[in-house]
Ligand binder design. Structure first.
Ligand SMILES: Cc1cc2nc3c(=O)[nH]c(=O)nc-3n(C[C@H](O)[C@H](O)[C@H](O)COP(=O)(O)OP(=O)(O)OC[C@H]3O[C@@H](n4cnc5c(N)ncnc54)[C@H](O)[C@@H]3O)c2cc1C
Ligand code: SF4
Length: 336
């Protein structure tokens, strides 16, 4: 590993001041330190932000909630307000990683974790995300986890976070500080599709520090998160679905759907949402809506299974929300 400086900071101003070219903020370190060890990232300096504070979860006027960037994933999932008012978020966090990693991982760091594409993590192989212009090994190589929506010829990787799929569902806002002051970024504009610049995962500017994530007042319809994976725990999503559904008189009044394991960013299924509003709340409508969303899906030799897997998962989750059986599954300790 290349030697680097280590600086510990106690304020946002100090954090900005310490960020020389080639430096990186260190939060929980559960992703960044792996990358340093694998040799796929080099830094001149680590700026440790663990003493910044930013660990509060605060209720704001109007019913929204501000989550500090350094709130650990386990603390967020366990918080009574999150469990009661944002259950899909708590479920999404608890479906990821392990207890030890969630104790260390932070809200800000989770947003910025990088893809688990095996070629991105192997510096002996071409990868446009790690080394722009070198090529994409995943297009013809191992493709079980590859994206099916919003891909480009430069990159077919997926965003790995579970928590971010739920934050996209909730219309969260990312709050940052940069030299020019505070910026508020709607969650669906935070991550990017690969296009021809897959080296950029997000729209953050160099040196911009995430200080909080804000959750709007909760939906008063039921919501949940379902993750499908190769092992029952400690595995990244093949596909995942965060959903909220409001049914009245047998018809869909409102719906939100967000998909994981599907694209380079958490994917809000807006076509499916539009197709469902006002329709009878039946399995047929649910299926037709997700099929409309997946019409443009591009699959390769290893990941065509994701299309029926997503369709079936979306239909199952919406049926469960419609029938009010989510609480029963949770009480029985059913898988997320
Ligand atoms: C074995 C393993 C299994 C996992 N399984 C899952 C899973 O199933 N689902 C899942 O969603 N995740 C999973 N993860 C990923 C884990 O959730 C992330 O590693 C974690 O959330 C990253 O947070 P961190 O605080 O440790 O970030 P760090 O590693 O400290 O930082 C990550 C990046 O964010 C930057 N950064 C951190 N905080 C800020 C900030 N406030 N402002 C600006 N930049 C910042 C850092 O500079 C770095 O580039 C797994 C991780 C491991 C190691
Ligand atoms: S899919 Fe993206 S991350 Fe994976 S090898 Fe191709 S360019 Fe790299």
């Amino acid at each position: 590993m290349k030697p680097f400086d280590f600086v510990r900071v106690g304020s946002v101003a100090e954090a900005h001041g310490a960020l020389i070219p080639g430096a990186a903020y260190l939060a929980g370190g559960t992703n960044l330190v792996d990358h340093l060890r694998l040799g796929i990232r080099e830094v001149e300096r680590l700026v440790d932000i663990n003493r910044l504070g930013l660990t509060d979860i605060t209720e704001l006027p109007g019913g929204s909630l501000r989550v500090g960037a350094m709130v650990r994933n386990s603390a967020l999932a366990a918080h009574p307000v999150i469990r009661r008012r944002y259950p899909a978020l708590a479920e999404a966090i608890l479906s990821g990683a392990s207890g030890q990693i969630r104790n260390r991982a932070t809200t800000g760091g989770n947003l910025l974790q990088r893809t688990r594409c095996v070629y991105f993590q192997d510096k002996t192989t071409p990868c446009n995300k790690r080394e722009p212009g070198s090529g994409c090994s995943a297009t013809e190589g191992f493709g079980r986890y590859n994206a099916i929506l919003g891909t480009s010829s430069a990159c077919v990787a997926v965003h790995p976070s579970d928590m971010c799929v739920a934050l996209a569902l909730l219309d969260a806002v990312v709050v940052t500080e940069q030299a020019g002051g505070e910026r508020r970024i709607p969650f669906t504009d935070f991550h990017r599709l690969p296009g021809d610049t897959p080296q950029h995962d997000t729209n953050l500017q160099p040196g911009e520090l995430i200080t909080a994530v804000e959750l709007p007042a909760p939906l008063d319809w039921p919501s949940t998160y379902r993750k499908v994976r190769d092992r029952a725990s400690y595995a990244f999503a093949l596909v995942s679905v965060a959903a909220a559904l409001d049914v009245k008189n047998g018809h869909v009044q409102n719906v939100r759907l967000s998909l994981g394991g599907t694209a380079h960013k958490p994917w809000r299924a807006e076509k499916a949402e539009a197709a469902l509003r006002g329709r009878p709340a039946t399995a047929e409508s649910f299926r037709a809506a997700i099929e409309a969303e997946l019409e443009g899906a591009q699959t390769g030799k290893d990941n065509a299974f994701k299309v029926p897997m997503l369709r079936n998962t979306v239909v199952a989750v919406l049926e469960e929300l419609r029938d009010g059986t989510t609480a029963q599954r949770r009480a029985e300790g059913g898988a997320v």
